[in-house]
Each structure stands twice: as C-alpha cells, then as structure tokens.
Write a protein that binds this ligand. Structure first.
Ligand code: PLP
Length: 378
C-alpha cells in the first residue's frame, strides 16, 4: 500500500490539449496563452492575467513594476516557501521578516505596521495553506503608508475572505502552477492585476522587453522588432497554457473535495493527545485548502514520524521550516531561530499530510490511524 503525499489532476483531455499544441506549427507563447489569460482573469473576476513560467518570476516582475529595488525593504513572512524572499532579493531589495500569528501561521497588519521604517517600500503577505491573509487590513495599512502591496497567492487561487479575492485589493497577486499546486502544468505561473498598463508592461517584461512577441513572426510578414526596455525570460508557452485552461473549470470542484477531506482529518485527529492544528477557516470564509498541516507535540521527533510514516507507505512533507532558520538567511543576516519565535516553533513542529482530490476517505482514515500508531513510540 502506498499513499502519495501529492497527486496532480491532469486528465486525458488536458494531455490531448497539450498534444494538439505540440502537433501544430506554433508551440511557444501564442493563442493558448491568450485564452488561458482571459479565462483565468474571468475566474478571478479581475481585469488582467499574465501567463508566466513561475510564481517566483511573477513576484519578481511585480516588485520591479512597482519600483521596488536596491535599498528598499519589503516586509514579509518567514513562514513560507523560500521563493517569496528570493524574489525580493532578485529585485535587489531586502526581505524584512515579521513574526506570524500562532493561530493562522500568517503575518498580521499589526505586526507589519510595527516593522515599517523609512526604507519600507512594499508589503508581501502570503496566503498560507489556502487561507487568505487579511487583505482588508493590509490594503488599509499600505494606503496609510503609501506602500506597494503584492500577494503571494501560490496557495490560494480559490479563496475569498471578507468578500475579497486574490488580486482585488493589491497591486498584483502571483500564482504558481508547480506540480503540487491546485492547478498545474509541471512548472508555470501567472500574475493578475487591475491595470491594463501594468499588464502590457508585464507582457513585454516577460519576453526580453522586445516589441513583438514570438507568435507575431508566424502569423505576419517579417518585420524588425526593437528592444524597448530591460526584460526577462518568463513567458508561459502554449504547451503549458493548454492543460491549464481545462483545469480552471475544475478548480472549485477539487477545492470542495479537499475541504471535505480536511474536515475529516480534523475530526479523526482530534483524539490524538498533544496534536495541535492551525485554526480552520472562519465561517463565511472560503479557503483554497491547499495543504493540511498538523503541529506535532514538541517532545515528538518530527523526522522520526516522517520516517515511520514512510515505512508505512505514507508520504508526508514539511511546509515549511521557517526560512530565517535556513542556512543562506542565517549566514547573510545573522538570524537566530528565536528572532521569530512563533514561526520557528511552527516550522519545527509542522507536518503536512496528504491532501488532494484523488485521495479517498479510506486513505485519510489510514493516514490518521497510522499517525496515531506511530506517534506514542517516538
Ligand atoms: C510554490 C510556491 C512559490 C513558488 O512557486 P514557483 O511557481 O515554483 O515559482 C512561491 N510561494 C509559495 C508560498 C509557494 O508555495
């Protein structure tokens, strides 16, 4: 028996739409990317979506577009994937971490407010495990202090909190279509925003800053192109876009399945002594339910739990060890674990269990029974 930590949802139709692209003459950024962008923006009820190669690239471009660069500080969370912070570094700025709330694992507007300095240029909240950060609180703070607000929405395509969806209150929201995310094409990303001018800047910046995109050369007579601005190489291609288009239709159905499985987990795991949870989404709030994590008792060795679960054929993961405790950040900034004690504690106790639409209720029961069996012995 094997219960994988993660399984994607690519269907035969998704594969055949990617195949159709590959059988055609034109395989890079073209009509499928444009269609994906239109539908993804419509799904999120937002004006613009731009197809990119990763969420990291999306964050990088969003920071650059809004003037974040050398000498600027960007306030963010240490309880995230490293990409949130490396995108800030790529833009030339400095990530400033603030500690998270124990209940949600996310940073709050109050904590961010206390960290604002003259150098602060932007706030970069992360929607952790599928729940949205307090965007109403963050936009108020950003407006008061004239700051840029960018969302790392890699965990949350589907969420709504206080009537707000990703992208609606910020300068840009950035998404990932990496293999484990709720929509995927292996590697990919997108950015959404309200401004048409921003979107056309992003479309130029994702492709070397040149005036004509690749599809132009196939559909029109040859004309010289020019380079108008500094650009990068972050353009999504039609092979990536094609399988994503169909997934937009299914994303809410999959979310409901994960929500159901998460409630089952919470119910079944309640009886395990010492096990704690990040709080469930509030009533009226819609979470993406991207990951389900538990907090193991302090005295239990997480590494041993993971190894034992693997011995029983169950894949687990850690999302995340707080990034200020990782070697690069420790050495560069001299951080100690206790600098952000709550993030450090969550990071040292957290364990992610399998959560995906193909997971059966029976498998959830097996995961819970196995965890219950292995924990006391460690
Ligand atoms: C996956 C992830 C990213 C990076 O996404 P890529 O598409 O791989 O660049 C960034 N932030 C968070 C929170 C993530 O989970």
């Amino acid at each position: 028996m094997k219960i994988e930590f993660s399984k994607h949802n690519i269907t035969d139709e998704d594969i055949s739409s990617a195949n159709q692209v590959m059988k055609s003459l034109f395989i890079t950024t073209g009509p499928r990317v444009a269609e994906f962008e239109k539908r993804f923006a419509a799904y999120l009820s937002i004006q613009e979506a731009v197809g990119l190669t990763s969420c990291t690239g999306a964050l990088h471009l969003a920071l650059l577009r809004h003037g974040v660069g050398l000498g600027d500080e960007v306030i963010t969370t240490p309880m995230t994937f490293v990409a949130t912070a490396t995108a800030i570094l790529q833009a030339g700025a400095t990530p400033i971490f603030v500690d998270v709330c124990a209940k949600s694992g996310m940073i709050s507007p109050e904590a961010v407010k206390a960290a604002i300095t003259e150098k602060t240029k932007a706030i970069l909240p992360v929607h952790l495990y599928g729940r949205m950060a307090d965007m109403r609180g963050f936009v108020k703070l950003a407006q008061e202090h004239d700051l840029v607000l960018i969302e790392d929405a890699a965990h949350c395509i589907e969420g709504i909190r206080d009537g707000v969806r990703p992208g609606q209150l910020s300068h840009a929201a950035c998404f990932s279509f990496y293999a484990t995310k709720s929509m995927t094409c292996g590697e990919g990303g997108a950015l959404v925003c309200k401004s048409t001018e921003d979107a056309s800047w992003y479309r130029s910046a994702r492709h070397h800053g040149i005036t004509k995109d690749a599809s132009y050369r196939y559909t029109k007579k040859y004309e010289h192109w020019d380079m108008e601005m500094m650009g990068w190489k972050y353009n999504m291609d039609d092979i990536q876009a094609a399988p994503l288009i169909g997934q937009i239709e299914r994303v809410d159905r999959y979310r409901e399945k994960r929500q159901h499985l998460e409630s089952l987990y919470r119910e079944l795991l309640m009886e395990i002594e010492g096990l704690e949870f990040i709080e469930a989404p509030e009533k009226g709030e819609k979470s993406g339910h991207h990951l389900f994590t538990v907090l193991l008792p302090q005295k239990v060795s997480r590494d041993k739990v993971i190894a034992k679960m693997e011995d029983h054929g169950i894949g687990c993961a850690v999302n995340y060890r707080a990034i200020h405790t990782l070697r690069y950040f420790r050495e560069k900034y001299g951080y100690r674990p206790e600098d952000f004690p709550i993030a450090n504690e969550i990071g040292s106790r957290t364990l992610s269990l399998p959560l995906y639409p193909k997971l059966s209720e029976e498998e959830v029961r097996i995961v819970c029974q196995t965890l219950k069996k292995v924990m006391p012995s460690l």
